[in-house]
Unconditional design. Structure first.
Length: 325
């Protein structure tokens, strides 16, 4: 019988992080701060740990090597790893301005997939903002000059954010999360980032953190991008479902529960549930499981029907709706 797979995230203590993931989401780390928790991860730089079932204690890479990829679904039949990486991010300070390459460039230069991603704003301080593409089209020469002159922010699209908003960031888009934002990030399974501007900050070694200007010049989209569509929530029995974004790499919805909601995991794709608020009960054919804010659950492809029961519970569900090659 197929069972849910409960996961423990891998915590990262980057210098810009805070402690909300520890204090509010129950994440555990020996580090002084937790900037990110990689909730669904099967990457050389971090792999989530199974906390349930007979394979508890294995990381997701070890589980995949032992059991194969069938649990990912037929849309991922050609994948050699989990194609999606899902994080919680707590930005106590501004993140660097950065850009990610597309698949062709990343595979050729870095040996891994590119990075298209999206951000679901879980919480934000008043007037907290992020950078999201360019305000105007620029030439590569101007882009490079502004990096060196440290005037890049003058041409970036700065957006004040509110909880519940979604920002879709295709590869090649300049972006940065601002201080005071806590978000869920759904992305391709890649950790390739080209840092363009970092406010002159120094790392733990006292040295300026490296920039990747030449590569950024190769991959950055120098035209503004269209605003992300903010879809309305639609009522379902026991709650609401709101589409976040569906692209060729992943598809995500945010589900709000006021009672019992029911869904089905087909054979095409796994479902990953990341709980952002409340306490609930997850029911599948294999049994009942308590879940709460911070829970990360992988429902294998073919699991079948499941329900979530609770009050004022919110979670993000992610799957792969298109066949990946």
């Amino acid at each position: 019988m197929t069972e849910p797979i409960f996961l423990q995230g891998i915590c990262k203590d980057y210098l810009w992080g805070g402690n909300r993931l520890r204090e509010e989401f129950g994440k555990e780390s020996d580090a002084d701060k937790i900037a990110e928790s990689w909730e669904l991860a099967c990457h050389k730089d971090g792999s989530s740990i199974l906390t349930s079932g007979s394979d508890a204690g294995l990381n997701l890479r070890e589980y995949l090597d032992k059991n194969g990829t069938a649990f990912l679904g037929t849309n991922c039949a050609d994948c050699t790893t989990v194609p999606v990486l899902i994080k919680l991010i707590d930005a106590k300070q501004d993140l660097s301005i950065q850009v990610h390459p597309d698949d062709d460039y990343a595979m050729r230069v870095e040996g891994e997939a590119g990075k298209t991603e999206m951000w679901y704003i879980v919480d934000a301080a008043p007037h907290a903002a992020l950078y999201y593409g360019l305000k105007q089209e620029v030439t590569k020469a101007e882009f490079e000059q502004r990096i060196h002159d440290q005037t890049l922010t003058e041409i970036l699209n700065r957006v004040e954010v509110k909880p519940g908003e979604l920002y879709f960031i295709p590869s090649g888009t300049l972006h940065a999360i601002g201080a005071g934002i806590l978000l869920a990030e759904i992305q391709q399974n890649s950790n390739t980032t080209y840092r363009v501007y970092d406010y002159g900050r120094r790392g733990a070694d006292g040295k300026l953190r490296p920039l990747h200007i030449a590569k950024a010049l190769d991959v950055t989209n120098l035209r503004p991008i269209a605003p992300t569509v903010q879809y309305p929530a639609e009522a379902v029995a026991g709650g609401t479902v709101r589409k976040l974004e569906a692209c060729k790499y992943f598809a995500s919805d945010v589900v709000t529960v006021h009672g019992t909601v029911a869904f089905t995991v087909g054979t095409e794709s796994f479902h990953h549930l990341l709980f952002l608020s409340g306490e609930a009960t997850l029911q599948t054919e294999s049994g009942s499981y308590p879940v709460k804010k911070g829970s990360s659950v992988l429902l294998p492809a073919g699991l079948g029907a499941y329900t979530v029961t609770g009050e004022s519970v919110q979670y993000v569900v992610t799957r792969v709706d298109e066949k990946l090659s």
